[in-house]
Write a protein of this length. Structure first.
Length: 59
C-alpha cells in the first residue's frame, strides 16, 4: 500500500515529464506536426492538475 501511495504522489510529475519528452520529439522532428504540440500541452495541463489534486488528498 505504501508503494502505491508513493507512486500516486509522483503521478503528476511523471505526466509532466512525458509531455516534456513529446516537446523534445517535436523539436527534433523534421516535419512539424501540431498533433504533438496539442498532446504535450494537454499532458502538461493534466499533469499539473493531477499533481495539485493528489497532493491535496495524499499525505
Amino acid at each position: 500500500m505504501k508503494i502505491l501511495k508513493t507512486l500516486l504522489k509522483y503521478l503528476g510529475p511523471i505526466i509532466l515529464l512525458i509531455g516534456t519528452a513529446l516537446l523534445v520529439v517535436y523539436y527534433f522532428n523534421t516535419t512539424p506536426e501540431n498533433t504533438l504540440l496539442i498532446v504535450s500541452a494537454v499532458l502538461m495541463i493534466v499533469g499539473i492538475l493531477v499533481h495539485v489534486i493528489i497532493n491535496k488528498f495524499v499525505e
